[in-house]
Each structure stands twice: as structure tokens, then as C-alpha cells.
Design a binder for this molecule. Structure first.
Ligand SMILES: [Zn+2]
Length: 1071
């Protein structure tokens, strides 16, 4: 090549074209000597600019050659016109990286001031391109991760080899979210830069270091032996993107127990919207002044997990101490698991906060956040620990209840478990968006992060049921600080060790702190038990409390209700088998002491309880002390739970047997053969409860002697995780007692007997509609809020029958008579609060039910309250929160049945609703009144007024939920279908078409309704997808019609007999 090059410059022979082609070709060489010659000739030839350098721009080897020449022969190059500029431009054409920028820095001392000016122009271009390039690289990488690799798993199932254990992490993070005080390249948006130093010890000689790392762009790493201060050579880095694992293969073996330090420099990504787990942002959030703002937060138990923030040993078993620093725009407040150790102003709009080192903890409990936050602060009474409720500025005053509940929880758990929490502070942070919604919470140690709706209470808008929920959420998360954070499951199949106890404690804490809320405590405990059994009732929902670890994976619902309510019910079963809370709590305390900062398995818990059962001489079966392990494994490993089968053998003799709630043939194999050692009590004729009895797994039945014709109930108060099935003979005296003197049974037992009957009715084994509905007639005497909350809750038989018979004109009036009759013992509540949460919630349900069947007294009370509402609110400039005479609990009924009875006030309600629509959106964080007003409008009896709002809904001017309100409140079921007939194109052209059809046919069950649909399907110009919607609506209606003609028959028969009996005075009790 050398000679060709010479000839190009020495001979005039080649044409210009030929010359350029030759130069371009030669510029591709990677031989350093040739390149050096090329550059020197290009610079030396002629007197003009060294333009021929331009052919070298894409040759990385040439850029190194030019760099060398600049360093050693700067004078020659700069002697030519624009020589330095050409050389620098050519050299830096593909220079983007920090290393290249470092090389440029080394030229600076060689430059004169004139040369420096030339240099600076080009240098700043390189800097810009390098940052843009990094940003673009991040963007591209993000797209690749999104497109080809999992966002995260709950849990990640590929385990790290157990060949090393982490000791400490030092993590520094700089997240980039939009803000006012620090500018950054837009390409950095929703990314973070970080570095981490991990110290760890191999537990055996190893040549590979395995860590978890997810969605990271790793810029640098190093491994150091701290004992010898030697840098260790990494020969290969392997990344398993599918399982978020990184493997450093070492050039030499690392000895067991060496102290090793690993450092990573890296960048990562912040999720802007979904999945809202991992490193996340609150994307749709407004400050109290209505300005949009952003929050950076973390949520690591599921999905992307901690490995999406930090290369780490990201499994619960690898507990270690974390020290976290965060660099962030100064306008924000930063929070993490611990209190701040130092805060430094970096003077460029940024602040760096370093938090104190954490206790030894599992990686999934790490938490880190920045946002515009304020807090309410308190101190716990016993341990004098700081307790704070944080939220976005302007909202903190709604946190007072949560603060009280949190302090109560800390005090109660610390004392009852004789285990103070090794924390200086408990923070609860209420975010506008947690896991994408306003609800939910995560128990990060020292920094709970939650959706605000589960933490903040607005006195003008929040109901008693919401307050009850806030108590439950806050104390649930704090209970985790003991059960989950201090003592942590060893692997995710034992998640019930966390969630079962976090479910168990909230009612206990409430009872201790606020005994006046005893009704709420009883209801919550009943609900846990009942819902746990409900999970076990059907093959589709039945799951083990503690599943085989091989089951875990993308298709297994780990955080389903089984590990919460069924686990809570099962834990309560052990507690009741102990019969002495002091002994049970002592056992839990021993468990916490033994396993603090460690990772127990399920058997560790049972073993601790076995020890105290011996110590306290707690009686078990077969004359032994209670063997908790043997008792609990069948409850936690099997897919369903048991029911007790009660058979009267006459003369007061009973036999008690057991069966699984789901027939064994429909369940996976179990080595326990779906039998249990069941602790239970019974109660004869309402006297005190028996001592704990055991129906063991090997006994087929036991015999019990109680007087003839005496009611004997088994499992009173739902103390054991089992349903009870009575044969007709054992049921007869119970039923008679319910009708004559139900109050010899306590309220939990009454609700449980209703619930068990309903469950067996649905299973179609042993309880008929007649037996069940006969029993419900006792409700005429019922006054317990617990029972009424069970009876009227969503999904109860009353709501189911109401919906299914709504449009059955021959049956519905009888159903209304029945509902009026069973609720006749409960006067319509006044629209005032008793401040007993359970009574207030039951009252609000009763009003909904009674007015729903047009009960006169209810309608009158509504009319009067509604009239006051109109008078006090019609001119309100501040919405309806304060002027409404009814508390939030009663507003749904007040506004619906108020509008229904008073069409002249429709426009006033409409304008009050419009106030909400025009109001600064930040007020929408408590949208309850807006929704009640909209629901109220849907109850109008004026079709014309409704049509206008339906049109507005289809045009998406008011929320689409209005369609479901209309469907739910339309007594004839004709509003939406009549509108469709007269305004077909509005519906056909609306993006809400599918929803419209679905709402229109809610509860439709008549031939006329089916004919309307069939005709619409045949005549309307539907798109294929619209036709699918209509076809599926036809199927829904046909299915309900077929249910009514089969299963509905005994119900309508019973109802008509019942109504007939009311006019025959001799049989008012049992039809
Ligand atoms: Zn939980």
C-alpha cells in the first residue's frame, strides 16, 4: 500500500475520481505504519487544508494514530491551515465513551490558548454526543429488555447456588425523574445511575460468583480480596437475562471464607407506568396546588424485585446489612429504611443523603424513595420509637388516624411478644399510586409504602368501613415488622409465615387499643375464618397454605387469599387449641427470639409452639401434650380443609366424623389422605363451651352424649378451621332454637351457622333451599351488626337472589316481602354515626337494602335527609363534603333514593356533580362524593334526563361508570335498551359499545329481554367484534334463564309458600 500512497501524492497521473477512490480504499487499513504514513502525507501535501484526512473518519485504528501524532507532533499538524481542526474532527468522529473523553483531557496541557479554543468546540461536541449516545443506548436497551425478557416474576424461581453469603451492601443511587431544581439530558429520564460495593464470603472454594441483576447496563466492575488487598481477575462475565442472574467467572479459585469485595458501576431503568413494581414512578399525580409532579419509589417483594435496583443476592435467605445513599434534586425529600446519617448539598441543585446502615435483613425489604413529602410524627409509648405518616405535601393532615393505629400496633406487638423492634423509626408512606392503584401496601422494614386510600382518612368523605380498612392495613404492615422483617421466611413457599400473622394480628391490636370497636374485631375475625373456608370450598380456589416449592412459578398465584385468610384461620386454630393466650404468645415470642435476623421455615414455627405446649402442659390428643407440628402439617400442606360431619344417633348420642371440603377425588394426592387431627369444642344448649376435643385423623368418628332434643352446636365461634355439617336429626333442635331463642348462641356462632349452611347449599350436599331459607327467618329477631354485615355483604344470598329475580315479575314481589320481613326487626337507621364502625357499616348496608326494596320507612327517612341536603348544599361553592347532613356512610342511599323521589332536584344534583368535574383535579383524591352524586343522578325516574347523561357518557364527557349505575338502579331494566332503540348510532359508534351491552343486560332474565337482544343482533349493522359482544350477552341472559327454570324453581316455590303463610295467621314462623 505504501507505494500506491506515494504515487497518489507524487504523480499527477490519477484522475481526481481515481485518486479519491484510491485514498478511500487505503484509509480502511488497520496497519499502524500505513496509517501513520497516510496521515503525515495528507497533512504535508500542498499548502491547503489537510482534507484527505476525512477518509479516515470511520477507522478506529486511524483515530488512535492521529491521537499519537497529536501528542507527539502537534506542531507539524497545527502548522497547516485548519490542520488541528481537521485532525481533531477526524479523530473524534466516532468518539462517545468516557474513556475517549479521558484521552481528550490528556491533550489539554499541550495546547496553546488559540489551539485550546479550536479544541474546546470539538470537545464539547464529543461531550454532547457521548451523553446523547449514552441516553440513546439506554433507550435502546430498555426497549430490548421490554421486548425480550420478563419484567419480573413473583417469585423469580431460579435460585443462586448456596456457595457464598453477602455481609454488607453499600449502594449509591441517582434517579432521574422530572423536577424543577436539577436539569439533565432528556435521554436520562426515568433511568438511574448507581454504584454498589458488596462484601461477601464464599462458603466453599469457588471460581464463579453468582448474583442477581436485572435490567442493568453495567459500565464497570471489580473484584477485590480484602484479606490480601489483591484485585482478582474476572475472566468472563455471563448474563442470564431470562432469570436476571449475572455470573463472574474468576481466573483463579477464591478460597472459602475469604473476604471478597465486589463493585459495580451501572445504570438502570425506572418504570414510568406498569408494572409499578421494582423501581417505579408515580406517573399520574398532582400536588395539592394542581401541578403535575413525580415520585421515585421502590417495591421489591414481587415482579422485578430488588435485583432491578441493585446487583445483589436477591433471595430472602441472604440477609445482609445495607447502607444506602441517594443523590437527588434538592426540592425532594428522600426516605429509606433507616434515619439519615448525613445530608450534603452538592451545590448543583443536587443533594446527597446517606442513610444509616440497616439491620441484617432480606433484600426484598429494601426501600428507597424521593418525592415532595410531608409527615405527621409521633412517638410510641413503650419503646419511644419515632412513628411517622408520610404523604405528598398537603395530604399529611389526613394521616392522624393512621398514626394512632400505627403507634397502637407498635406498642401492642412489642409488649405482647416481649420483643422490641430494633428500629429507630417506623415510617408509613402513602403514595398516590402504589402498584398502579391507590390501594395496597408493602412492609419494607422501617418504611412501609402504601396506596394512600388504605392510609389516609378524609373526615368529609371517608366512611366507617374505610376507617376500619385503614386500621387493618396499617396494623397488618406493622405486624410484618415482626413476622416477615425481623424473622423472615426461608423461601417463598412459606409466605404464610408473613401473611398469616399479618392477617391474624390486626383485630387483636384493635381489641387491645380500642375495645369500644369490639364489634369490628368480631366481624374481622369471623371474616378471616369464613373467607379462609370459602377458599377451601371449591377445587378452583383451594390451595395449600404452604405449597410445594416446585409449584411456584408464573402460573401459580402465590399471593392469593389462601396465604392470608386461610393461614390466619389456621393460626387461630392453633391459638384456640392452646386455649391459653399467654402460652400461645410465649411460643410466638420464643419463635421470634430464636429466629430474629434469620430465616425460619414452617416447621421452625411449629417446633417453637411444640416446646411451649410441653412447657405449659397443653393437652393434645391420645393423652399426650399438644403436638403442633403433627397437627398443623395436614392443615398447611393439603389443598383443602375439613368439615365436621355430625350425625344424631338418637337419645342425645352424636357421632362426629370428618371429610375434606372438596371431595378427595377432585384434589391432588396428599400423603395425609385428606384427614386432620381436628381440635374443636361443642356447646350444649347454649351453656359454656366444652373443653378442646380432638377428632384425630385415624378415628372415624367419636360419640358424644347430650340430652335428647337439646341443641348441640359444634365449633361454636368458628374456633377451628372447619365447617360443620348437621344431619336432619341433629339440625332439628338447632333450628327450633334459632326460631325460638337464637340468642343462646353467640353472634359469631349464629353467623357461622348461616355461613356453613350457605356453603353446603352451594355444594349441593346436605342443605336444601328450604332448610336454608327457613333458617333465615330467624333474622327477624337478629340485631347483631356482625350477622347483618354477613347477610347483606356483596355476594350474600340476598344480593344474589335480588339480582337474579329482579326482572321476574311473578317472583320479585314475594322476594321483596321476604326481605322486608327478615329485616323487620331492624328499624331503618337514622343517618347519623354511632362511631361503632361495625354498627355504622351494618346500618349503611341496611339502608341500601331497605330502600332498595322501597321500604316505606326507609324512603321517608331518605326524603327528609335529601331535602336538607338540597337546602344546605344547593348554593355551596365548596362541593358537598361539609354541607351534606348525612355522613359519607349514608350518602349513596340518600342521593339515589332522594333523586328517585324528587325529580325537581335533578338539576341541583347535576350541578353539584359538575362542581366536581370542574374542580382542581387534586381534590379528586377523595372522589367518593362525586361518585355518589353520579350514582344519585342515575336513579332519576325521568328517562329524558337520563338519556342526556347517557349521550354525554357515550361521548366520554362523564365517567363510563355511569352506565353501570343506570343498569343497577333501573327498576324495569329498560332505560339502556330504550335508549339503544332510539339512539342506535350513538351506541354503535361509541368506544364504550361493549361495556354498554354488558351493562344493559345486567340481570336480564326474561323472554322479552332475550327477544330484544336476538332481534338487535339480527338487524343492527354490527362489526364482528360488536357481534361477539352481543352474542356473549345473549349467552349470559340464556344462562340465567336456564338457572331460573331449574334451581330457581324451589326458591320461587318457597317464596310463594312463605308469602301465603303470612296471610294464614297460624303459621307465621315456618312456612
Ligand atoms: Zn402482608
Amino acid at each position: 500500500m505504501s507505494s500506491t500512497l506515494q504515487s497518489v501524492y507524487q504523480e499527477a497521473s490519477p484522475s481526481r475520481q481515481e485518486r479519491n477512490a484510491l485514498l478511500e480504499g487505503m484509509a480502511c487499513t488497520s496497519r499502524v505504519t500505513d496509517l501513520r504514513k497516510y496521515v503525515m502525507l495528507a497533512v504535508a501535501s500542498g499548502n491547503g487544508q489537510p482534507r484527505d484526512l476525512q477518509y479516515l473518519v470511520r477507522n478506529p485504528a486511524a483515530s488512535d494514530v492521529i491521537y499519537d501524532l497529536l501528542k507527539n507532533s502537534l506542531a507539524i499538524i497545527s502548522s497547516k491551515p485548519d490542520g488541528l481542526e481537521y485532525a481533531l474532527l477526524t479523530m473524534t468522529y466516532n468518539w462517545f465513551t468516557p474513556e475517549r473523553i479521558e484521552q481528550l483531557h490528556e491533550l489539554i496541557p499541550l495546547l496553546s490558548s488559540d489551539q485550546y479554543r479550536t479544541f474546546l468546540n470539538i470537545y464539547s461536541d464529543v461531550i454532547y454526543r457521548s451523553q446523547y449516545g449514552q441516553g440513546a443506548y439506554m433507550e435502546i436497551t430498555r426497549h430490548l429488555y421490554d421486548a425480550y425478557y420478563p419484567l419480573g416474576f413473583t417469585p423469580w424461581t431460579r435460585r443462586l447456588p448456596t456457595s457464598a453469603k453477602p455481609l454488607t451492601y453499600q449502594l449509591s443511587v441517582q434517579p432521574y425523574i422530572p423536577n424543577q431544581s436539577y436539569m439533565y439530558f432528556t435521554e436520562k429520564n426515568f433511568t438511574y445511575d448507581a454504584n454498589i460495593t458488596i462484601t461477601m464470603q464464599p462458603t466453599q472454594d469457588l471460581t464463579e460468583i453468582w448474583l442477581n441483576s436485572h435490567r442493568h447496563v453495567i459500565e464497570g466492575y471489580s473484584v477485590l480480596n480484602l484479606d490480601t488487598n489483591q484485585t482478582l481477575t474476572v475472566s468472563k462475565v455471563t448474563r442470564d437475562y431470562q432469570n436476571a442472574i449475572i455470573v463472574l467467572t474468576m481466573a483463579a479459585t477464591i478460597q472459602a471464607n475469604a473476604n471478597i469485595q465486589i463493585c459495580f458501576n451501572y445504570s438502570g431503568f425506572i418504570f414510568e407506568q406498569t408494572p409499578n413494581e421494582g423501581t417505579l414512578s408515580n406517573y399520574d399525580y398532582l400536588q395539592s396546588d394542581g401541578r403535575k409532579s413525580w415520585i421515585f419509589a421502590t417495591d421489591f417483594e414481587g415482579g422485578p424485585s430488588t435485583r432491578s435496583l441493585a446487583p445483589s443476592f436477591d433471595e430472602p435467605i441472604y440477609k445482609a446489612k445495607w447502607q444506602v445513599s441517594i443523590i437527588y434534586p434538592g426540592e425532594f425529600t428522600a426516605l429509606s429504611n433507616t434515619l439519615e446519617e448525613s445530608t450534603m448539598n452538592l451545590k448543583n441543585g443536587l443533594v446527597k443523603t446517606t442513610f444509616k446502615q440497616t439491620n441484617t435483613m432480606s433484600s426484598y425489604l429494601l426501600a428507597l424513595t424521593i418525592g415532595h413529602y410531608s409527615c405527621l410524627k409521633g412517638v410510641s409509648n413503650i419503646d419511644k420509637t419515632i412513628v411517622r405518616i408520610w404523604t405528598w405535601t398537603g395530604m399529611e393532615n389526613y394521616g392522624q388516624h393512621a398514626l394512632d393505629f400505627a403507634i397502637a400496633a407498635v406498642d401492642h406487638l412489642s409488649a405482647t411478644l416481649s420483643t422490641p423492634m430494633p428500629l429507630e423509626k417506623f415510617d408509613i408512606l402513602a403514595l398516590p399510586q402504589y402498584s398502579g392503584y391507590s390501594a395496597g401496601a408493602m412492609e419494607n422494614w422501617g418504611l412501609v409504602i402504601a396506596g394512600y386510600f388504605d392510609v389516609l382518612f378524609h373526615p368529609d368523605y371517608s366512611s366507617s368501613a374505610q376507617l376500619e380498612n385503614i386500621q387493618n392495613t396499617v396494623t397488618h404492615e406493622l405486624a410484618h415488622h415482626w413476622f416477615g422483617d425481623l424473622v423472615t421466611l426461608d423461601w417463598w413457599n412459606h409466605i404464610f409465615l408473613n401473611e398469616g400473622f399479618a392477617t391474624f394480628w390486626p383485630p387483636e391490636i384493635l381489641l387491645a387499643k380500642s375495645p369500644e370497636q369490639k364489634n369490628s374485631v368480631l366481624y374481622t375475625k369471623f371474616s378471616i375464618h369464613e373467607h379462609g373456608l370459602d377458599m377451601d370450598d371449591n377445587a378452583a380456589s383451594a390451595r395449600p397454605v404452604s405449597p410445594d416449592p416446585n409449584l411456584l412459578g408464573p402460573n401459580y398465584c402465590l399471593f392469593c387469599d389462601t396465604v392470608y385468610d386461610k393461614a390466619g384461620s389456621v393460626i387461630n386454630t392453633v391459638r384456640n387449641a392452646f386455649g391459653r393466650d399467654a402460652a400461645f404468645y410465649d411460643g410466638l415470642s420464643q419463635y421470634l427470639k430464636t429466629w430474629s435476623f434469620k430465616n425460619p421455615s414452617d416447621t421452625s414455627l411449629w417446633a417453637a409452639l411444640d416446646a411451649v405446649a410441653n412447657q405449659y402442659r397443653i393437652k393434645g390428643w391420645s393423652g399426650q401434650y399438644l403436638n403442633v407440628t403433627e397437627m398443623m402439617l395436614p392443615y398447611t400442606y393439603q389443598w383443602s380443609g375439613p368439615y365436621l360431619r355430625i350425625i344424631s344417633k338418637g337419645n342425645g348420642l352424636y357421632s362426629v366424623g370428618q371429610n375434606p371440603l372438596v371431595p378427595q377425588s377432585n384434589l391432588p394426592y396428599s400423603p395425609y389422605n385428606y384427614r386432620w387431627n381436628i381440635p374443636y369444642r361443642y356447646q350444649i344448649n347454649g351453656s359454656s363451651l366444652s373443653s378442646v376435643q380432638y377428632l384425630t385423623s385415624t378415628e372415624t368418628s367419636i360419640n358424644l352424649n347430650a340430652g335428647a332434643n337439646t341443641p348441640v352446636i359444634f365449633n361454636p365461634q368458628g374456633q377451628t378451621h372447619a365447617r360443620v355439617q348437621y344431619d336432619d336429626a341433629s339440625w332439628a333442635p338447632i333450628y327450633q332454637t334459632f326460631i325460638s331463642n337464637p340468642f343462646i348462641f353467640d353472634e359469631t356462632s349464629r353467623a357461622q351457622i348461616l355461613a356453613d349452611s350457605w356453603a353446603f347449599l352451594q355444594k349441593k350436599n346436605s342443605v336444601s333451599w328450604k332448610r336454608f331459607l327457613d333458617l333465615t327467618l330467624y333474622l327477624q329477631k337478629e340485631t347483631s351488626p356482625l350477622v347483618w354485615r354477613y347477610v347483606i355483604r356483596d355476594g350474600s344470598w340476598i344480593t344474589i337472589l335480588y339480582d337474579r329475580f329482579r326482572y321476574q315479575s311473578a317472583v320479585f314481589p314475594n322476594l321483596v316481602t321476604y326481605i322486608n320481613k327478615i329485616t323487620s326487626g331492624m328499624a331503618t337507621p337514622n343517618f347519623t354515626l354511632t362511631n361503632d364502625w361495625s354498627i355504622d357499616t351494618a346500618n349503611s348496608l341496611l339502608v341500601d337494602l331497605k330502600c332498595g326494596v322501597s321500604n316505606q320507612e326507609c324512603m321517608q327517612k331518605v326524603a327528609s335527609s335529601f331535602a336538607t341536603f338540597i337546602q344546605q348544599c344547593k348554593n355551596s361553592a365548596y362541593g358537598t363534603g361539609k354541607c351534606n347532613p348525612a355522613p359519607p356512610d349514608f350518602r349513596a342511599a340518600q342521593l339515589c333514593y332522594g333523586v328517585q323521589q324528587s325529580s325537581r332536584d335533578f338539576n341541583t344534583v347535576l350541578s353539584l356533580f359538575q362542581w366536581w368535574q370542574k374542580n382542581p383535579p387534586s381534590n379528586d383524591y377523595f372522589p367518593q362524593d362525586a361518585e355518589f352524586l353520579l350514582n344519585g343522578l342515575s336513579c332519576s325516574q325521568d328517562p329524558g334526563a337520563l338519556y342526556e347523561l347517557i349521550t354525554a357518557t357515550l361521548n366520554q364527557q362523564i365517567p363510563s361508570i355511569f352506565l353501570s349505575f343506570v343498569a343497577g338502579n333501573d327498576n324495569l331494566g329498560t332505560i339502556l335498551s330504550n335508549y339503544l332503540q332510539t339512539n342506535q348510532s350513538n351506541v354503535l359508534n361509541s368506544p364504550l359499545f361493549d361495556n354498554y351491552i354488558k351493562q344493559m343486560v345486567s340481570d336480564w332474565s326474561t323472554q322479552t329481554q332475550l327477544d330484544f337482544l336476538t332481534n338487535f343482533n339480527a338487524t343492527a349493522p354490527l362489526s364482528p367484534s360488536q357481534r361477539n359482544s352481543v352474542q356473549s350477552a345473549i349467552n349470559t341472559v340464556s344462562n340465567l334463564m336456564s338457572w331460573l327454570s331449574t334451581e330457581g324453581t324451589p326458591i320461587s316455590q318457597w317464596l310463594s309458600n312463605f308469602v301465603a303463610s303470612l296471610i294464614t295467621p297460624s303459621s307465621t314462623v315456618a312456612p
